[in-house]
Design a protein around this ligand. Structure first.
Ligand code: RB5
Length: 176
C-alpha cells in the first residue's frame, strides 16, 4: 500500500476521468477516498471542491485530486480554503513544478481539455514529486502569510463547522 492518502472528487464534467484515475490509483495501491460525484448527473463543482479541500486542510488526507470540465472552477473554489494550494496542470512539466516549487496539495484537471492517457501521466508525476523546499519554502510561507492577513476571520466560521448548504442538495439543475 502506498503511504499517501488521497482525496479525489469531480463534478459531472469530470466524472468519467475521475473513474479512470481511480482505476489507476487502485492498481498502484494508493489509499484513496472518492468524495463524489457518483454519476454524470449535473452537480455544482464548488460543493465537491469544498469537501475535498476540507479533507486535505484538516490533514485527514495528504493530497487531493479534483476534476471538472476545465479544472478551473473546481480549483478556484478549492483555493478559497486556507492552506490549500490547488494547481491546474495539463502537462507533466507543470505537474512536477507545482510540487517542487509550490508544494501544491491539490491537483486539478479538466476532462474536456486533456485525454485520460496524459491525465494519468500527470497524476503519476504529481504524486511522485516531492517539494524542493529551500527558496521555494520561503515563497510558500509568504502565501501562508497572505492567507493569515486576508482570509482570517471569514475562514474561521467555515473551519468551526458553520458550513454552507449540504453537499449536492439544491434546487433544480438547469444546463450542465
Ligand atoms: C460544468 O459544465 C463546467 O462548468 C465545470 O465542469 C467546470 O468546467 C467549471 O469550471
Amino acid at each position: 500500500m502506498n503511504p499517501l492518502k488521497i482525496a479525489i472528487g469531480s463534478d459531472h464534467g469530470g466524472f468519467r476521468l475521475k473513474e479512470e484515475v481511480k482505476k489507476m490509483l487502485e492498481e498502484q495501491g494508493y489509499d484513496f477516498r472518492d468524495f463524489g460525484t457518483f454519476s454524470e448527473a449535473s452537480v455544482d463543482y464548488p460543493d465537491v471542491a469544498l469537501e475535498v479541500a476540507r479533507a486535505v486542510q484538516a490533514g485527514s488526507f495528504d493530497r487531493g485530486i479534483l476534476i471538472c470540465g476545465t479544472g478551473i472552477g473546481i480549483g478556484i473554489a478549492a483555493n478559497k480554503l486556507a492552506g490549500i494550494r490547488a494547481a491546474l496542470c495539463h502537462d507533466t512539466f507543470s505537474a512536477r513544478a507545482s510540487r517542487e516549487h509550490n508544494n501544491a496539495n491539490i491537483l486539478t484537471m479538466g476532462e474536456r481539455v486533456i485525454g485520460p492517457g496524459l491525465a494519468k501521466d500527470i497524476v503519476n508525476v504529481w504524486l511522485e514529486t516531492e517539494f524542493a523546499g529551500g527558496r521555494h519554502a520561503r515563497r510558500v510561507d509568504k502565501i501562508l502569510e497572505i492567507e493569515r492577513g486576508y482570509m482570517g476571520s471569514k475562514q474561521q466560521s467555515f473551519l468551526s463547522g458553520d458550513r454552507p448548504k449540504r453537499f449536492f442538495r439544491g434546487g433544480k439543475q438547469r444546463g450542465r
